[in-house]
Design a protein around this ligand. Structure first.
Ligand SMILES: O=P(O)(O)OC[C@H]1O[C@H](OP(=O)(O)OP(=O)(O)O)[C@H](O)[C@@H]1O
Ligand SMILES: Nc1nc2[nH]cnc2c(=O)[nH]1
Length: 190
């Protein structure tokens, strides 16, 4: 029998249509705020990729792309605050208008580190655009210029966000059934 990933979903938190509408609004707002400027979008791998590819098409200004990959030590679903750069920028960010694109800000530890790191490269400006923010879990302060949705403290998947590398290709943001997390934890002994 074929496995249907939808069977793992408890509920859809943000639908595909709601995501598309909000991405359009963010793109329009960013276009207005950066008029006359070029944007260097820095996507944080891997989760931000879907959001970034839709967002850039909603911006009608010159946009160039670069990517960083970071890893934080610690248990699987929480950030420890110790951030390691696994892939650095390919381009120089100096004098550029940097827009960091993230899928989610949870504890804020990853972005807190990344903003400081990018500021040290003397860009013209640094701002954050995140699809999701979970303020209830914040441990480090982060200035968010553009936020798609503020969500409660649920572990969410879809539209780039994974659980154990799965579910990134859902076109919506959803919450998995508790049994999915439990069985994954048991088999991985985490
Ligand atoms: O605010 P924080 O508590 O620091 O958490 C947010 C970070 O966690 C997620 O990345 P993850 O490590 O899951 O990597 P991924 O994008 O490759 O899935 C997310 O994309 C952020 O980078
Ligand atoms: N997939 C996923 N990754 C996260 N990283 C921090 N919070 C979350 C979350 O809710 N879902």
């Amino acid at each position: 029998m074929s496995y249907n990933m939808m069977e793992d979903v408890e509920r859809i938190l943000i639908s595909e249509a709601e995501l598309a509408q909000r991405v359009k609004e963010l793109g329009a707002q960013i276009t207005a705020d950066y008029t006359g400027k070029e944007i260097l979008m820095i996507g944080i791998l891997r989760g931000a990729v879907l959001f970034m590819s839709d967002l850039m098409r909603a911006i009608s200004l010159p946009v160039s792309l670069d990517f960083m990959a970071v890893s934080s030590y610690g248990v699987s679903t929480t950030s420890s605050g110790v951030v390691r750069i696994m892939k650095d920028l390919d381009e120089n960010a100096e004098n550029k208008h940097v827009l960091i694109v993230e899928d989610i800000i949870d504890s804020g530890l990853t972005l807190n580190y990344l903003v400081d790191n990018l500021k040290s490269r003397r860009p013209a400006s640094v701002k954050i655009c995140t699809l999701l923010s979970k303020p209830d879990r914040r441990k480090a302060e982060v200035q968010i210029a553009y936020n798609g949705f503020t969500i409660p403290d649920y572990f969410v998947v879809g539209y780039g966000l994974d659980f154990a590398e799965k579910y990134r290709n859902f076109p919506f943001i959803g919450v998995l059934k508790p049994s999915v997390y439990q069985s994954a934890k048991q088999s991985a002994k985490i």
